[in-house]
Every structure is written in structure tokens, then in C-alpha cells.
Design a protein around this ligand. Structure first.
Ligand code: NAP
Length: 270
């Protein structure tokens, strides 16, 4: 039966991952989510196992636990991730490493362990949750944008490496989605005498407004449902507010400086 497929969603305690899990559970998929602290969510609407994507042993144990309980992984939604904001010049490099480790190395760790299972099954679908931020340089979100751009490149490469197998891989890039991502974001500490103080504050306020006015996470969940029922996935999909989804096309069409000015005004710079 189609809907008995086992779907593993990393970072499913809140926001987009939670919504995907709720939606797919309501359609009778066997959903298992992950959280660094599953005990914090005793009444979660679907099973949550412990997994910290920063820790290879934790990822390995998480995958072993899924196989022990469900015997297979048909779909991996590599969703766990976090935001980061601050001027590049003042960014603490340990925080940079940690963000890249979470948003790039984290999904890679999960892919490596999940692929071993998918090869044995001779089937599987991997959806990597990137971001439209990965298509652009964005003010005060350089490292986040870089982490998602890197995840997009990794996914494109992996698709080519998996061409001779029945395993599918794609990227889903959301635009602004109304979740707690702003609360959970890492913020670089900013000195009041920083040369970036005014621009950063203005841009940050705009960033939060975009998230708060963003689409509800169910829109991403419904898109994931469509993707996992697509037998011939394309390399890249996006979901989000109309203008944001159009941004890669606008970027391609506009002269470079005109597009940069558009991004600057979108983030209240100037
Ligand atoms: N909201 C947006 O506008 C937006 C736009 C584009 C892309 N995205 C991407 O969508 C994904 C979900 O974001 P969201 O908006 O739903 O944010 P969120 O509500 O903050 O959810 C983030 C999830 O990631 C998990 N997580 C964080 N660090 C982790 C780690 N080291 N190991 C394992 N899990 C970890 C968290 O779980 P625990 O804290 O329970 O461990 C949580 O469930 C992220 O990859 C984000 O970059 C979001």
C-alpha cells in the first residue's frame, strides 16, 4: 500500500518538520521524526527519536532505531537546520563552524547513514530542505545563505552519483515560512558602536517581518507530499511567497546591479 511508506523527518519537533509529519501522518504514512530532545515533547503527534545531526554517533544510533522499529526508510526529509544572522566581519568563527556543521555536514551525515539502508532496499527518496536564501547573497545572512547554497550543490552532485541506482534525491527550497526559526536563530552579538548597527537592525526587523508574514508550514508539507509521490524528481523545487519564488528568475533576467538594488531594498538597506 502506497501510504505505508516509512518517512524519516529530521528536525520534526517544530515548524516545517512538525507540519510535514502531521500532514503525512494524517495520510497514513508511517512517520518518524527526530529531535535533539524528544523527551521535551511527550504528546507529540507522531513518534520522535533522538538525533543530533552534529554528532555522527547520534545520527547512526537514530538510523539504527528507525530500522529496528520500521525495518526500512522509504523517504528521508533532511529538514533539521537553523538560522544565523549578523555582519560577516563580526561573526564568531566558532559559530560559523557550528552553523555549517548543522546545515551542511548534518544533512550529509544523515544521507550517508540513510543511503546504506536505501541501497539495501534498492529504493528511497531523499529531500534536502535548503532555502531560497541559498540562491542569493543576503545581507547579514551570509553564512546561512552559504550553508544552504552548499547543500543545494551537494544535492545536485549526489543526484548525479545516484544516477545508476533507483534512489531519488532532490532539493526543496522554501522562501519565508511562518515558524519559530527567528527565535531559534543564532544572532551574532553586535556592539552598539558597530559600523553595521543601523543597517543590521533595519535588515533584521525586515527579515523577521518576512518570516511572520510568510506562508504557513502546511504549504511546505503539501509540497513534500507531492514530491514523494513523484517518480521522476527534478533537481530543485521551491515553495514560498510568489515574489520570493520568482527571485531566481528575476536574478537571471535583471542586470546584476539592478537585482542587487532590489535585494537591498527588500531588506530595508540603503
Ligand atoms: N522558516 C523559514 O522561513 C525557512 C525558510 C527556508 C528554509 N527553512 C529551513 O527549514 C528547516 C526547518 O526550519 P523551521 O523554520 O521549521 O525552523 P524551526 O522551527 O526552528 O525548526 C528547526 C528544527 O531543526 C531541529 N534542529 C536544529 N538543530 C538541530 C541539530 N543540531 N540536530 C538535530 N535537529 C536539529 C530542531 O529540533 P530540536 O530543537 O528539537 O532538536 C527543530 O525541529 C531548516 O533547515 C530551515 O533552514 C526555513
Amino acid at each position: 500500500m502506497e501510504n505505508s511508506r516509512v518517512v524519516l523527518i529530521t528536525g520534526a519537533s517544530s515548524g516545517i518538520g512538525l507540519s510535514i509529519g502531521q500532514h503525512l501522518s494524517s495520510l497514513q504514512y508511517q512517520v518518524v521524526g527526530t529531535s535533539r530532545n524528544p523527551d521535551k515533547y511527550p504528546n507529540h503527534p507522531f513518534p520522535l527519536i533522538a538525533m543530533d545531526v552534529l554528532d555522527n554517533t547520534s545520527v547512526k544510533e537514530g538510523i539504527v532505531a528507525v530500522i529496528a522499529a520500521y525495518a526500512r526508510i522509504d523517504v528521508l526529509v533532511n529538514n533539521a537546520g537553523m538560522g544565523m544572522a549578523g555582519p560577516l566581519e563580526e561573526m564568531d568563527l566558532k559559530a560559523v563552524d557550528s552553523l555549517m556543521n548543522t546545515n551542511l555536514n548534518g544533512p550529509i551525515r544523515v544521507i550517508q547513514h540513510a543511503l546504506a539502508i536505501m541501497h539495501k532496499q534498492q529504493s528511497g527518496t531523499i529531500i534536502n530542505m535548503a532555502s531560497l536564501a541559498g540562491d542569493n547573497g543576503l545581507p547579514f545572512r551570509s553564512i546561512y545563505a552559504a550553508s544552504k547554497a552548499a547543500l543545494i550543490r551537494v544535492s545536485e552532485s549526489l543526484r548525479l552519483e545516484l544516477r545508476h541506482t533507483p534512489i531519488q534525491c532532490t532539493v526543496l527550497s522554501p522562501g519565508s515560512i511562518k515558524t519559530a526559526i527567528s527565535e531559534n536563530r543564532y544572532y551574532a552579538p553586535l556592539a552598539e558602536n558597530s559600523t553595521y548597527y543601523k543597517q543590521y537592525k533595519a535588515s533584521l526587523a525586515e527579515m523577521d517581518t518576512h518570516v511572520n508574514k510568510g506562508l504557513p508550514p502546511i504549504c511546505v508539507a503539501k509540497r513534500v507530499e507531492k514530491l514523494i509521490n513523484n517518480k521522476k524528481l527534478k533537481p530543485h523545487y521551491s515553495v514560498g511567497p510568489f515574489l520570493e519564488v520568482l527571485s531566481p528568475i528575476i536574478k537571471f533576467l535583471l542586470p546584476q546591479r539592478a537585482y542587487e538594488n532590489l535585494i537591498a531594498s527588500f531588506y530595508n538597506l540603503n
